[in-house]
Write a protein that binds this ligand. Structure first.
Ligand SMILES: [Zn+2]
Length: 646
Protein backbone atom coordinates (compact mmCIF):
# COMPACT_ATOMS: atom_id res chain seq x y z
CA UNK A 1 0.00 0.00 0.00
CA UNK A 2 1.35 3.41 -0.84
CA UNK A 3 1.99 6.01 1.79
CA UNK A 4 -0.41 8.95 2.10
CA UNK A 5 0.90 12.47 2.15
CA UNK A 6 -1.36 15.37 3.07
CA UNK A 7 -0.17 18.96 2.81
CA UNK A 8 -1.95 22.32 3.18
CA UNK A 9 -1.41 25.97 2.48
CA UNK A 10 -3.15 28.39 4.84
CA UNK A 11 -6.73 29.27 3.97
CA UNK A 12 -6.21 32.68 2.42
CA UNK A 13 -8.26 35.54 3.80
CA UNK A 14 -10.42 36.97 1.05
CA UNK A 15 -9.94 40.67 1.64
CA UNK A 16 -7.53 40.91 -1.27
CA UNK A 17 -6.62 39.40 -4.63
CA UNK A 18 -3.88 36.73 -4.70
CA UNK A 19 -0.46 38.41 -4.57
CA UNK A 20 3.15 37.33 -4.70
CA UNK A 21 3.12 36.18 -1.04
CA UNK A 22 0.17 33.82 -1.58
CA UNK A 23 1.79 32.66 -4.79
CA UNK A 24 5.04 31.82 -3.00
CA UNK A 25 3.31 29.62 -0.41
CA UNK A 26 1.21 27.87 -3.02
CA UNK A 27 4.18 27.29 -5.35
CA UNK A 28 6.21 25.69 -2.51
CA UNK A 29 3.26 23.46 -1.73
CA UNK A 30 2.94 22.51 -5.38
CA UNK A 31 6.63 21.64 -5.67
CA UNK A 32 6.52 19.48 -2.54
CA UNK A 33 3.44 17.53 -3.63
CA UNK A 34 4.82 17.00 -7.13
CA UNK A 35 7.90 15.52 -5.50
CA UNK A 36 5.81 13.27 -3.24
CA UNK A 37 3.75 12.07 -6.20
CA UNK A 38 7.02 11.24 -7.93
CA UNK A 39 7.92 9.16 -4.87
CA UNK A 40 4.72 7.20 -5.44
CA UNK A 41 2.83 8.61 -2.44
CA UNK A 42 -0.92 9.05 -2.41
CA UNK A 43 -1.06 12.82 -2.17
CA UNK A 44 -3.67 15.32 -1.14
CA UNK A 45 -2.92 19.02 -1.44
CA UNK A 46 -5.45 21.32 0.19
CA UNK A 47 -5.78 25.04 -0.25
CA UNK A 48 -8.76 27.34 0.15
CA UNK A 49 -10.18 30.56 1.48
CA UNK A 50 -11.02 31.97 4.91
CA UNK A 51 -14.18 34.01 4.35
CA UNK A 52 -15.70 35.18 7.62
CA UNK A 53 -15.14 38.13 9.91
CA UNK A 54 -15.86 41.72 10.55
CA UNK A 55 -13.62 43.06 7.79
CA UNK A 56 -15.57 41.18 5.15
CA UNK A 57 -18.92 42.14 6.66
CA UNK A 58 -17.93 45.80 6.67
CA UNK A 59 -16.38 45.81 3.23
CA UNK A 60 -19.49 44.19 1.73
CA UNK A 61 -21.70 46.76 3.43
CA UNK A 62 -19.62 49.59 1.99
CA UNK A 63 -20.06 48.12 -1.49
CA UNK A 64 -23.78 47.64 -0.96
CA UNK A 65 -23.64 43.89 -1.48
CA UNK A 66 -24.10 40.78 0.64
CA UNK A 67 -20.95 39.35 2.27
CA UNK A 68 -21.60 36.05 0.48
CA UNK A 69 -21.46 37.79 -2.88
CA UNK A 70 -18.19 39.48 -1.99
CA UNK A 71 -16.52 36.27 -0.82
CA UNK A 72 -17.79 34.32 -3.83
CA UNK A 73 -15.95 36.73 -6.11
CA UNK A 74 -12.68 36.54 -4.19
CA UNK A 75 -12.79 32.78 -3.65
CA UNK A 76 -13.31 32.29 -7.39
CA UNK A 77 -10.37 34.58 -8.07
CA UNK A 78 -8.08 32.51 -5.82
CA UNK A 79 -9.20 29.22 -7.23
CA UNK A 80 -8.93 30.35 -10.84
CA UNK A 81 -5.53 31.92 -10.28
CA UNK A 82 -4.09 28.68 -8.92
CA UNK A 83 -5.68 26.76 -11.77
CA UNK A 84 -4.29 29.15 -14.36
CA UNK A 85 -0.80 28.85 -12.86
CA UNK A 86 -1.04 25.06 -13.05
CA UNK A 87 -0.80 24.59 -9.26
CA UNK A 88 -1.98 21.07 -8.65
CA UNK A 89 -4.24 21.29 -5.58
CA UNK A 90 -6.67 18.43 -4.88
CA UNK A 91 -9.03 20.14 -2.43
CA UNK A 92 -10.29 23.69 -2.27
CA UNK A 93 -12.07 24.38 1.00
CA UNK A 94 -14.10 27.51 1.64
CA UNK A 95 -15.11 28.38 5.19
CA UNK A 96 -18.58 29.32 3.93
CA UNK A 97 -19.26 25.77 2.72
CA UNK A 98 -21.81 23.53 4.43
CA UNK A 99 -19.17 20.82 5.06
CA UNK A 100 -17.07 23.37 6.94
CA UNK A 101 -19.99 24.50 9.12
CA UNK A 102 -20.59 20.88 10.09
CA UNK A 103 -16.94 20.32 10.97
CA UNK A 104 -16.71 23.45 13.14
CA UNK A 105 -19.84 22.46 15.03
CA UNK A 106 -18.52 18.92 15.55
CA UNK A 107 -15.13 20.13 16.75
CA UNK A 108 -16.72 22.61 19.14
CA UNK A 109 -19.00 19.93 20.63
CA UNK A 110 -16.06 17.58 21.11
CA UNK A 111 -13.97 20.29 22.80
CA UNK A 112 -16.92 21.31 24.96
CA UNK A 113 -17.56 17.70 26.03
CA UNK A 114 -13.95 17.46 27.16
CA UNK A 115 -14.62 20.32 29.59
CA UNK A 116 -12.34 22.81 27.86
CA UNK A 117 -14.91 25.46 26.98
CA UNK A 118 -16.63 27.97 29.27
CA UNK A 119 -18.71 31.10 28.88
CA UNK A 120 -16.91 34.19 30.09
CA UNK A 121 -16.51 37.82 29.24
CA UNK A 122 -14.23 39.32 26.69
CA UNK A 123 -12.94 42.77 27.58
CA UNK A 124 -10.93 45.25 25.68
CA UNK A 125 -10.58 48.70 24.19
CA UNK A 126 -13.06 48.98 21.37
CA UNK A 127 -13.13 51.48 18.51
CA UNK A 128 -16.74 52.23 17.65
CA UNK A 129 -15.79 53.77 14.29
CA UNK A 130 -13.84 50.71 13.17
CA UNK A 131 -16.13 48.29 15.06
CA UNK A 132 -13.12 46.42 16.36
CA UNK A 133 -11.12 45.79 19.48
CA UNK A 134 -7.68 47.30 19.40
CA UNK A 135 -4.71 45.43 20.76
CA UNK A 136 -3.60 48.12 23.17
CA UNK A 137 -3.66 51.85 23.79
CA UNK A 138 -6.40 54.38 24.35
CA UNK A 139 -6.54 55.48 20.73
CA UNK A 140 -7.35 53.33 17.72
CA UNK A 141 -4.21 52.56 15.69
CA UNK A 142 -6.29 52.60 12.48
CA UNK A 143 -8.31 55.79 12.75
CA UNK A 144 -6.76 57.55 15.77
CA UNK A 145 -10.08 58.07 17.53
CA UNK A 146 -10.37 57.39 21.28
CA UNK A 147 -11.50 53.86 22.15
CA UNK A 148 -14.05 52.70 24.72
CA UNK A 149 -13.58 49.95 27.27
CA UNK A 150 -16.09 47.25 26.35
CA UNK A 151 -17.20 43.92 27.68
CA UNK A 152 -19.11 41.22 25.83
CA UNK A 153 -20.05 37.59 26.44
CA UNK A 154 -17.65 35.18 24.83
CA UNK A 155 -16.89 31.48 24.84
CA UNK A 156 -13.38 30.73 25.97
CA UNK A 157 -11.12 27.79 25.20
CA UNK A 158 -9.06 26.65 28.22
CA UNK A 159 -5.72 27.06 26.53
CA UNK A 160 -4.06 27.52 29.93
CA UNK A 161 -4.74 23.84 30.69
CA UNK A 162 -2.56 22.76 27.76
CA UNK A 163 0.80 24.22 28.69
CA UNK A 164 2.32 20.97 29.98
CA UNK A 165 0.75 18.79 27.29
CA UNK A 166 2.06 21.07 24.56
CA UNK A 167 5.56 21.25 26.03
CA UNK A 168 5.68 17.45 26.27
CA UNK A 169 4.47 17.19 22.68
CA UNK A 170 7.23 19.58 21.51
CA UNK A 171 9.86 17.60 23.42
CA UNK A 172 8.71 14.36 21.82
CA UNK A 173 8.54 15.98 18.37
CA UNK A 174 11.51 18.34 18.14
CA UNK A 175 10.96 18.76 14.38
CA UNK A 176 7.32 19.70 14.79
CA UNK A 177 8.12 23.24 13.64
CA UNK A 178 10.68 23.81 10.89
CA UNK A 179 13.02 25.68 10.90
CA UNK A 180 14.35 24.84 14.35
CA UNK A 181 14.77 28.48 15.39
CA UNK A 182 11.01 28.94 15.10
CA UNK A 183 10.40 25.78 17.15
CA UNK A 184 12.44 27.43 19.91
CA UNK A 185 10.34 30.60 19.69
CA UNK A 186 7.19 28.55 20.14
CA UNK A 187 8.59 26.65 23.12
CA UNK A 188 9.64 29.89 24.82
CA UNK A 189 6.20 31.38 24.23
CA UNK A 190 4.43 28.38 25.79
CA UNK A 191 6.88 28.23 28.70
CA UNK A 192 5.95 31.84 29.42
CA UNK A 193 2.42 30.68 30.31
CA UNK A 194 -0.79 30.49 28.31
CA UNK A 195 -3.98 32.49 28.69
CA UNK A 196 -7.40 31.19 27.82
CA UNK A 197 -8.54 32.09 24.37
CA UNK A 198 -11.71 33.91 23.40
CA UNK A 199 -13.29 31.95 20.53
CA UNK A 200 -16.63 33.66 19.97
CA UNK A 201 -18.16 37.10 19.48
CA UNK A 202 -21.59 38.64 19.65
CA UNK A 203 -20.65 42.03 18.18
CA UNK A 204 -20.88 41.08 14.49
CA UNK A 205 -22.77 38.47 12.47
CA UNK A 206 -20.69 37.26 9.52
CA UNK A 207 -19.50 33.93 10.87
CA UNK A 208 -20.48 30.44 11.93
CA UNK A 209 -23.02 30.32 14.78
CA UNK A 210 -21.99 28.55 17.97
CA UNK A 211 -24.11 25.37 18.36
CA UNK A 212 -26.97 25.82 20.87
CA UNK A 213 -26.16 29.50 21.43
CA UNK A 214 -26.61 31.19 18.12
CA UNK A 215 -26.21 34.77 19.21
CA UNK A 216 -22.50 33.89 19.29
CA UNK A 217 -20.44 33.33 16.19
CA UNK A 218 -16.99 31.76 16.10
CA UNK A 219 -14.11 34.16 16.05
CA UNK A 220 -11.26 33.77 13.55
CA UNK A 221 -9.08 30.82 14.52
CA UNK A 222 -11.57 28.28 15.75
CA UNK A 223 -13.28 28.72 12.39
CA UNK A 224 -10.36 29.13 9.98
CA UNK A 225 -8.01 26.42 11.31
CA UNK A 226 -10.80 23.85 11.18
CA UNK A 227 -10.64 24.15 7.39
CA UNK A 228 -7.72 21.74 7.46
CA UNK A 229 -10.01 18.96 8.70
CA UNK A 230 -13.34 20.03 7.21
CA UNK A 231 -11.76 19.76 3.76
CA UNK A 232 -10.73 16.19 4.55
CA UNK A 233 -14.07 14.83 5.66
CA UNK A 234 -14.20 15.66 9.39
CA UNK A 235 -17.88 15.73 10.30
CA UNK A 236 -19.00 14.56 6.85
CA UNK A 237 -16.89 11.61 5.67
CA UNK A 238 -15.20 9.56 8.40
CA UNK A 239 -13.38 7.25 6.04
CA UNK A 240 -11.78 10.12 4.18
CA UNK A 241 -10.78 11.78 7.43
CA UNK A 242 -9.25 8.57 8.78
CA UNK A 243 -7.26 8.18 5.58
CA UNK A 244 -5.66 11.62 5.63
CA UNK A 245 -5.44 12.86 9.20
CA UNK A 246 -3.02 13.77 10.80
CA UNK A 247 -1.70 16.14 8.19
CA UNK A 248 1.93 15.69 7.11
CA UNK A 249 2.76 19.36 6.56
CA UNK A 250 1.00 22.65 7.27
CA UNK A 251 2.84 25.19 5.18
CA UNK A 252 2.45 28.70 6.62
CA UNK A 253 3.95 32.18 6.76
CA UNK A 254 5.83 33.02 9.94
CA UNK A 255 3.21 35.60 11.01
CA UNK A 256 0.66 32.89 11.79
CA UNK A 257 3.01 30.42 13.48
CA UNK A 258 1.61 30.76 17.00
CA UNK A 259 -1.93 29.96 15.90
CA UNK A 260 -0.77 26.82 14.12
CA UNK A 261 1.83 25.58 16.58
CA UNK A 262 0.04 26.41 19.84
CA UNK A 263 -3.73 26.95 19.47
CA UNK A 264 -4.39 24.39 16.76
CA UNK A 265 -2.70 21.37 18.39
CA UNK A 266 -4.41 22.31 21.66
CA UNK A 267 -7.87 22.40 20.00
CA UNK A 268 -7.17 19.03 18.43
CA UNK A 269 -5.85 17.46 21.64
CA UNK A 270 -8.93 18.69 23.48
CA UNK A 271 -11.14 17.03 20.86
CA UNK A 272 -9.15 13.79 21.09
CA UNK A 273 -7.62 14.21 17.62
CA UNK A 274 -3.97 13.86 16.63
CA UNK A 275 -1.98 17.10 16.21
CA UNK A 276 -0.33 17.91 12.85
CA UNK A 277 2.96 16.13 12.13
CA UNK A 278 4.86 19.14 10.97
CA UNK A 279 4.54 22.88 10.52
CA UNK A 280 6.77 24.49 8.00
CA UNK A 281 7.04 28.21 8.55
CA UNK A 282 8.44 30.16 5.64
CA UNK A 283 9.78 33.70 5.51
CA UNK A 284 8.52 36.84 3.85
CA UNK A 285 9.43 38.60 0.67
CA UNK A 286 10.16 42.25 0.49
CA UNK A 287 9.45 43.68 -2.94
CA UNK A 288 12.18 45.73 -4.55
CA UNK A 289 13.73 46.10 -1.09
CA UNK A 290 10.62 47.24 0.73
CA UNK A 291 7.67 45.69 2.51
CA UNK A 292 4.95 45.12 -0.05
CA UNK A 293 2.19 47.68 0.15
CA UNK A 294 -0.31 49.21 -2.19
CA UNK A 295 0.49 52.72 -1.07
CA UNK A 296 4.16 52.26 -1.96
CA UNK A 297 3.13 51.04 -5.38
CA UNK A 298 5.28 47.89 -5.09
CA UNK A 299 2.29 45.58 -4.72
CA UNK A 300 2.61 42.61 -7.08
CA UNK A 301 -0.44 40.43 -7.72
CA UNK A 302 -0.28 36.88 -9.00
CA UNK A 303 -1.99 38.04 -12.18
CA UNK A 304 0.68 40.69 -12.80
CA UNK A 305 3.41 38.14 -12.20
CA UNK A 306 1.96 35.88 -14.85
CA UNK A 307 1.45 38.84 -17.19
CA UNK A 308 5.19 39.47 -17.04
CA UNK A 309 6.76 36.00 -17.18
CA UNK A 310 5.89 32.38 -17.80
CA UNK A 311 5.10 30.24 -14.76
CA UNK A 312 8.40 28.31 -14.76
CA UNK A 313 10.33 31.58 -14.46
CA UNK A 314 8.77 32.80 -11.26
CA UNK A 315 8.48 29.28 -9.83
CA UNK A 316 12.20 28.89 -10.31
CA UNK A 317 13.03 32.27 -8.84
CA UNK A 318 10.81 31.81 -5.78
CA UNK A 319 12.02 28.29 -5.06
CA UNK A 320 15.69 28.91 -5.74
CA UNK A 321 16.34 32.35 -4.39
CA UNK A 322 16.01 31.83 -0.64
CA UNK A 323 16.27 28.96 1.83
CA UNK A 324 12.87 27.92 3.10
CA UNK A 325 12.27 29.77 6.34
CA UNK A 326 14.39 32.81 5.52
CA UNK A 327 13.22 36.16 4.22
CA UNK A 328 14.09 37.25 0.72
CA UNK A 329 13.84 40.14 -1.62
CA UNK A 330 11.78 39.93 -4.76
CA UNK A 331 12.87 42.18 -7.56
CA UNK A 332 11.99 41.93 -11.21
CA UNK A 333 15.58 42.61 -12.21
CA UNK A 334 16.77 39.88 -9.86
CA UNK A 335 14.28 37.50 -11.42
CA UNK A 336 15.44 38.35 -14.94
CA UNK A 337 19.12 37.88 -14.08
CA UNK A 338 18.46 34.58 -12.31
CA UNK A 339 16.33 33.22 -15.14
CA UNK A 340 18.77 34.24 -17.85
CA UNK A 341 21.79 32.83 -16.09
CA UNK A 342 20.32 29.54 -14.82
CA UNK A 343 17.40 28.54 -17.00
CA UNK A 344 18.32 30.12 -20.33
CA UNK A 345 22.11 29.74 -20.20
CA UNK A 346 22.98 26.76 -18.02
CA UNK A 347 20.03 24.48 -18.58
CA UNK A 348 18.91 25.71 -22.00
CA UNK A 349 22.39 25.53 -23.50
CA UNK A 350 23.15 22.09 -22.11
CA UNK A 351 19.96 20.73 -23.57
CA UNK A 352 20.45 22.44 -26.95
CA UNK A 353 24.08 21.50 -27.52
CA UNK A 354 23.65 17.87 -26.43
CA UNK A 355 20.59 17.23 -28.55
CA UNK A 356 21.89 19.13 -31.56
CA UNK A 357 25.04 17.01 -31.62
CA UNK A 358 22.98 13.81 -31.42
CA UNK A 359 20.95 15.10 -34.34
CA UNK A 360 23.91 16.10 -36.51
CA UNK A 361 26.31 13.23 -35.69
CA UNK A 362 23.83 10.36 -35.21
CA UNK A 363 20.83 11.44 -37.25
CA UNK A 364 18.79 11.97 -34.08
CA UNK A 365 19.23 8.40 -32.81
CA UNK A 366 20.48 8.01 -29.23
CA UNK A 367 23.92 6.37 -29.51
CA UNK A 368 25.21 3.45 -27.44
CA UNK A 369 26.63 4.24 -24.00
CA UNK A 370 29.27 1.55 -24.43
CA UNK A 371 31.81 0.86 -21.72
CA UNK A 372 32.48 4.16 -20.01
CA UNK A 373 35.97 5.53 -19.62
CA UNK A 374 37.11 7.14 -16.42
CA UNK A 375 35.45 10.49 -17.13
CA UNK A 376 32.23 8.69 -17.97
CA UNK A 377 32.34 6.74 -14.72
CA UNK A 378 32.97 9.94 -12.79
CA UNK A 379 29.93 11.55 -14.39
CA UNK A 380 27.76 8.53 -13.48
CA UNK A 381 28.95 8.69 -9.89
CA UNK A 382 28.24 12.40 -9.80
CA UNK A 383 24.71 11.74 -11.10
CA UNK A 384 23.95 9.15 -8.47
CA UNK A 385 25.39 11.37 -5.72
CA UNK A 386 23.21 14.25 -7.00
CA UNK A 387 20.12 12.05 -6.98
CA UNK A 388 20.89 11.03 -3.40
CA UNK A 389 21.36 14.63 -2.25
CA UNK A 390 18.27 15.72 -4.14
CA UNK A 391 16.10 13.12 -2.39
CA UNK A 392 17.58 13.80 1.01
CA UNK A 393 17.12 17.57 0.72
CA UNK A 394 13.66 17.45 -0.82
CA UNK A 395 12.64 14.98 1.88
CA UNK A 396 13.84 17.57 4.42
CA UNK A 397 11.89 20.28 2.56
CA UNK A 398 15.12 22.11 1.74
CA UNK A 399 13.96 22.81 -1.77
CA UNK A 400 16.52 25.47 -2.69
CA UNK A 401 19.31 23.09 -1.64
CA UNK A 402 17.83 20.31 -3.75
CA UNK A 403 17.77 22.68 -6.73
CA UNK A 404 21.35 23.73 -6.03
CA UNK A 405 22.46 20.10 -6.25
CA UNK A 406 20.81 19.77 -9.66
CA UNK A 407 22.56 22.92 -10.87
CA UNK A 408 25.92 21.54 -9.80
CA UNK A 409 25.19 18.55 -11.98
CA UNK A 410 24.23 20.79 -14.91
CA UNK A 411 27.52 22.61 -14.68
CA UNK A 412 29.35 19.28 -14.30
CA UNK A 413 27.81 17.94 -17.54
CA UNK A 414 28.64 21.17 -19.36
CA UNK A 415 32.26 20.70 -18.23
CA UNK A 416 32.18 17.05 -19.28
CA UNK A 417 31.32 18.13 -22.82
CA UNK A 418 34.05 20.76 -22.84
CA UNK A 419 36.83 18.37 -21.77
CA UNK A 420 35.69 15.54 -24.05
CA UNK A 421 35.33 17.81 -27.09
CA UNK A 422 32.78 15.73 -29.02
CA UNK A 423 33.02 18.22 -31.92
CA UNK A 424 36.68 17.14 -32.35
CA UNK A 425 35.88 13.42 -31.91
CA UNK A 426 33.28 13.80 -34.66
CA UNK A 427 36.00 14.54 -37.20
CA UNK A 428 37.69 11.18 -36.64
CA UNK A 429 35.70 8.14 -37.95
CA UNK A 430 37.84 5.82 -35.77
CA UNK A 431 36.57 7.47 -32.61
CA UNK A 432 32.87 7.11 -33.37
CA UNK A 433 32.21 4.73 -30.47
CA UNK A 434 33.85 7.17 -28.09
CA UNK A 435 31.81 10.05 -29.54
CA UNK A 436 28.64 8.00 -29.06
CA UNK A 437 29.55 7.20 -25.48
CA UNK A 438 30.21 10.86 -24.62
CA UNK A 439 26.89 11.99 -26.09
CA UNK A 440 25.01 9.14 -24.46
CA UNK A 441 26.43 10.13 -21.09
CA UNK A 442 25.49 13.78 -21.59
CA UNK A 443 21.98 12.92 -22.79
CA UNK A 444 21.36 10.46 -19.96
CA UNK A 445 22.51 13.04 -17.42
CA UNK A 446 20.14 15.52 -19.09
CA UNK A 447 17.28 13.07 -18.64
CA UNK A 448 18.08 12.71 -14.93
CA UNK A 449 18.19 16.50 -14.63
CA UNK A 450 14.78 16.81 -16.28
CA UNK A 451 13.27 14.19 -13.95
CA UNK A 452 14.61 16.04 -10.91
CA UNK A 453 13.37 19.39 -12.20
CA UNK A 454 9.84 18.11 -12.79
CA UNK A 455 8.55 19.41 -9.42
CA UNK A 456 10.40 22.74 -9.83
CA UNK A 457 9.91 23.83 -13.45
CA UNK A 458 7.35 21.39 -14.88
CA UNK A 459 7.01 23.03 -18.30
CA UNK A 460 10.74 23.05 -19.06
CA UNK A 461 11.21 19.54 -17.65
CA UNK A 462 8.42 18.22 -19.89
CA UNK A 463 9.93 19.95 -22.89
CA UNK A 464 13.37 18.37 -22.30
CA UNK A 465 11.78 14.93 -21.92
CA UNK A 466 9.91 15.37 -25.19
CA UNK A 467 13.03 16.50 -26.98
CA UNK A 468 14.85 13.44 -25.64
CA UNK A 469 12.12 11.40 -27.30
CA UNK A 470 10.47 10.34 -24.04
CA UNK A 471 6.84 11.14 -24.57
CA UNK A 472 5.09 9.92 -21.43
CA UNK A 473 3.52 12.66 -19.30
CA UNK A 474 5.68 14.19 -16.59
CA UNK A 475 3.43 12.71 -13.90
CA UNK A 476 4.55 9.28 -15.07
CA UNK A 477 8.08 9.92 -13.82
CA UNK A 478 8.96 8.06 -10.69
CA UNK A 479 11.86 8.58 -8.36
CA UNK A 480 13.03 5.11 -9.44
CA UNK A 481 13.70 6.53 -12.92
CA UNK A 482 16.67 8.32 -11.34
CA UNK A 483 18.65 5.10 -11.97
CA UNK A 484 21.37 5.38 -14.60
CA UNK A 485 20.72 4.09 -18.14
CA UNK A 486 17.02 4.82 -18.31
CA UNK A 487 17.58 6.40 -21.70
CA UNK A 488 17.32 3.81 -24.46
CA UNK A 489 20.08 3.62 -27.04
CA UNK A 490 18.59 3.38 -30.51
CA UNK A 491 15.53 5.49 -29.65
CA UNK A 492 14.92 8.67 -31.63
CA UNK A 493 14.97 12.15 -30.19
CA UNK A 494 12.00 14.50 -30.62
CA UNK A 495 11.71 17.82 -32.39
CA UNK A 496 14.24 20.30 -31.00
CA UNK A 497 13.28 23.73 -29.73
CA UNK A 498 14.53 26.35 -27.30
CA UNK A 499 13.08 25.58 -23.91
CA UNK A 500 13.44 29.03 -22.45
CA UNK A 501 13.51 32.35 -24.30
CA UNK A 502 15.95 34.93 -22.92
CA UNK A 503 14.46 37.91 -21.08
CA UNK A 504 15.64 41.00 -22.88
CA UNK A 505 16.45 43.76 -20.40
CA UNK A 506 14.68 46.59 -22.22
CA UNK A 507 11.60 44.67 -23.29
CA UNK A 508 11.30 43.11 -19.87
CA UNK A 509 11.41 46.47 -18.10
CA UNK A 510 8.63 47.76 -20.33
CA UNK A 511 6.57 44.68 -19.51
CA UNK A 512 7.16 45.14 -15.81
CA UNK A 513 6.17 48.77 -16.04
CA UNK A 514 2.96 47.93 -17.89
CA UNK A 515 2.16 44.84 -15.88
CA UNK A 516 -0.99 46.37 -14.50
CA UNK A 517 -2.43 47.30 -17.90
CA UNK A 518 -4.06 44.01 -18.95
CA UNK A 519 -6.68 42.95 -16.45
CA UNK A 520 -6.14 46.26 -14.71
CA UNK A 521 -9.75 46.17 -13.58
CA UNK A 522 -9.00 43.47 -11.04
CA UNK A 523 -5.94 45.23 -9.64
CA UNK A 524 -7.61 48.61 -9.50
CA UNK A 525 -10.56 47.20 -7.58
CA UNK A 526 -8.29 46.65 -4.58
CA UNK A 527 -6.05 49.68 -4.97
CA UNK A 528 -6.16 52.48 -2.47
CA UNK A 529 -5.88 56.11 -3.53
CA UNK A 530 -2.42 57.53 -2.94
CA UNK A 531 -2.22 60.00 -0.15
CA UNK A 532 0.36 62.66 0.54
CA UNK A 533 1.86 63.24 3.96
CA UNK A 534 -0.61 66.09 4.50
CA UNK A 535 -3.45 63.64 4.02
CA UNK A 536 -4.63 65.12 0.72
CA UNK A 537 -4.63 63.49 -2.70
CA UNK A 538 -1.41 63.57 -4.72
CA UNK A 539 -1.47 65.86 -7.74
CA UNK A 540 -2.97 63.47 -10.27
CA UNK A 541 -3.49 66.06 -13.06
CA UNK A 542 -2.47 65.07 -16.55
CA UNK A 543 -1.88 67.07 -19.69
CA UNK A 544 -4.13 66.89 -22.75
CA UNK A 545 -1.72 64.59 -24.60
CA UNK A 546 -2.03 61.98 -21.92
CA UNK A 547 -5.81 62.20 -22.03
CA UNK A 548 -5.76 61.89 -25.83
CA UNK A 549 -4.08 58.51 -25.51
CA UNK A 550 -7.29 57.00 -24.20
CA UNK A 551 -9.70 56.30 -27.04
CA UNK A 552 -13.32 56.19 -25.96
CA UNK A 553 -16.10 55.44 -28.44
CA UNK A 554 -19.85 55.14 -28.46
CA UNK A 555 -21.22 51.62 -28.81
CA UNK A 556 -24.50 49.77 -28.49
CA UNK A 557 -24.77 46.57 -26.47
CA UNK A 558 -25.84 43.76 -28.78
CA UNK A 559 -25.91 40.90 -26.30
CA UNK A 560 -25.02 40.16 -22.69
CA UNK A 561 -24.54 36.90 -20.85
CA UNK A 562 -23.27 35.86 -17.47
CA UNK A 563 -19.94 34.09 -17.07
CA UNK A 564 -20.14 30.71 -15.31
CA UNK A 565 -18.81 30.79 -11.74
CA UNK A 566 -18.54 34.59 -11.73
CA UNK A 567 -20.97 36.65 -9.72
CA UNK A 568 -19.49 39.91 -10.89
CA UNK A 569 -18.65 39.60 -14.58
CA UNK A 570 -20.77 39.74 -17.73
CA UNK A 571 -19.67 38.97 -21.26
CA UNK A 572 -20.94 41.68 -23.64
CA UNK A 573 -20.96 42.02 -27.41
CA UNK A 574 -20.89 45.71 -28.36
CA UNK A 575 -21.45 47.28 -31.78
CA UNK A 576 -19.02 50.09 -32.60
CA UNK A 577 -20.56 50.79 -36.03
CA UNK A 578 -17.58 49.38 -37.92
CA UNK A 579 -17.12 46.25 -35.80
CA UNK A 580 -18.62 44.17 -33.03
CA UNK A 581 -16.37 43.47 -30.08
CA UNK A 582 -16.42 41.30 -27.00
CA UNK A 583 -15.96 43.08 -23.69
CA UNK A 584 -16.05 41.70 -20.16
CA UNK A 585 -17.55 44.04 -17.55
CA UNK A 586 -17.80 43.76 -13.76
CA UNK A 587 -21.43 44.86 -13.57
CA UNK A 588 -23.34 41.62 -12.96
CA UNK A 589 -24.34 42.68 -9.45
CA UNK A 590 -26.19 45.74 -10.74
CA UNK A 591 -27.36 44.84 -14.25
CA UNK A 592 -29.12 41.68 -15.34
CA UNK A 593 -28.02 40.40 -18.77
CA UNK A 594 -31.57 40.79 -20.15
CA UNK A 595 -31.68 44.49 -19.30
CA UNK A 596 -28.63 45.44 -21.35
CA UNK A 597 -29.09 44.81 -25.11
CA UNK A 598 -29.90 48.04 -26.97
CA UNK A 599 -28.23 50.37 -24.45
CA UNK A 600 -25.81 53.01 -25.65
CA UNK A 601 -22.53 52.82 -23.74
CA UNK A 602 -18.98 54.17 -23.82
CA UNK A 603 -16.11 51.78 -24.54
CA UNK A 604 -12.38 52.38 -24.12
CA UNK A 605 -11.31 50.80 -27.41
CA UNK A 606 -7.52 51.02 -27.37
CA UNK A 607 -6.86 48.93 -24.28
CA UNK A 608 -4.73 45.85 -24.77
CA UNK A 609 -6.93 42.73 -24.76
CA UNK A 610 -7.08 40.96 -21.40
CA UNK A 611 -8.54 37.71 -20.13
CA UNK A 612 -10.92 37.82 -17.19
CA UNK A 613 -11.98 34.47 -15.76
CA UNK A 614 -10.69 32.92 -18.96
CA UNK A 615 -12.83 35.12 -21.22
CA UNK A 616 -11.19 37.53 -23.62
CA UNK A 617 -12.04 41.20 -23.14
CA UNK A 618 -11.25 43.57 -25.95
CA UNK A 619 -11.96 46.96 -24.43
CA UNK A 620 -13.46 48.36 -21.26
CA UNK A 621 -16.91 49.68 -20.57
CA UNK A 622 -17.03 53.08 -18.84
CA UNK A 623 -19.01 53.29 -15.62
CA UNK A 624 -19.17 55.54 -12.61
CA UNK A 625 -18.33 53.93 -9.31
CA UNK A 626 -21.04 54.99 -6.90
CA UNK A 627 -19.82 53.78 -3.52
CA UNK A 628 -18.31 50.75 -5.27
CA UNK A 629 -21.49 50.13 -7.29
CA UNK A 630 -21.00 50.53 -11.05
CA UNK A 631 -23.39 52.82 -12.98
CA UNK A 632 -23.01 52.72 -16.77
CA UNK A 633 -22.24 55.94 -18.66
CA UNK A 634 -24.76 56.54 -21.46
CA UNK A 635 -26.30 59.18 -23.79
CA UNK A 636 -29.76 60.65 -23.77
CA UNK A 637 -29.51 61.99 -27.35
CA UNK A 638 -29.08 60.06 -30.58
CA UNK A 639 -25.42 59.55 -31.42
CA UNK A 640 -23.70 57.64 -34.24
CA UNK A 641 -22.05 54.37 -33.16
CA UNK A 642 -18.26 54.62 -33.14
CA UNK A 643 -18.22 58.38 -32.38
CA UNK A 644 -15.10 59.27 -30.43
CA UNK A 645 -15.34 61.05 -27.07
CA UNK A 646 -13.01 64.02 -26.85
ZN1 LIG B 1 -10.76 53.11 14.64
Amino acid sequence: MSKTFYLTTPLYYVNDVPHVGHTYTTVIADAVVRYRRMCGDDVSFLTGTDEHGLKIERSARQQGIEPQELVDTYAAEFRETWERLGLSFDEFIRTTQERHYRAVAKLFRAVKRSGNVYLGQYQGNYCVGCEAYVAEGRNCPDCGRPTEFMTEDSYFFKLSAFQEKLLRFYRENPDFVVPRSRMNEVVRFVEGGLQDLSISRTSFRWGIPVPDDEKHIFYVWFDALTGYISGMGYGTDDEKFETWWPVDVHLIGKDILRFHAVYWPAFLMAAGLAPPKRILSHGWWTIEGEKMSKSKGNFVTAAELSNVVQTDYFRYFLLREIPLGSDGNFSFDGLRTRVNSDLVNDLGNLSQRTLKMIRSYFGGVIPKGGSADERGRELRDFCSETARLYRERFGDLQINKAVEAVWELISRVNKYLVVNEPWILAKDPNRRAQLGSVLYHAAEALRLIAVMLGPIVPEGAASIMNQLGIHRPLEGNRISSLEWAGLESGSTIGKLSHIYPRLDKKEFRVKVKNRRAPGAAAAAAGAEPKKTAAGGQEDARIDIKEFAKVRMQVARIVSAESIPKSTRLLKLKVDLGSEVRQVVAGIAGQYSPESLPGRLVVIVTNLKPAKLMGVESNGMIVAASDGGKPVLATFTEEVRLGSVLT
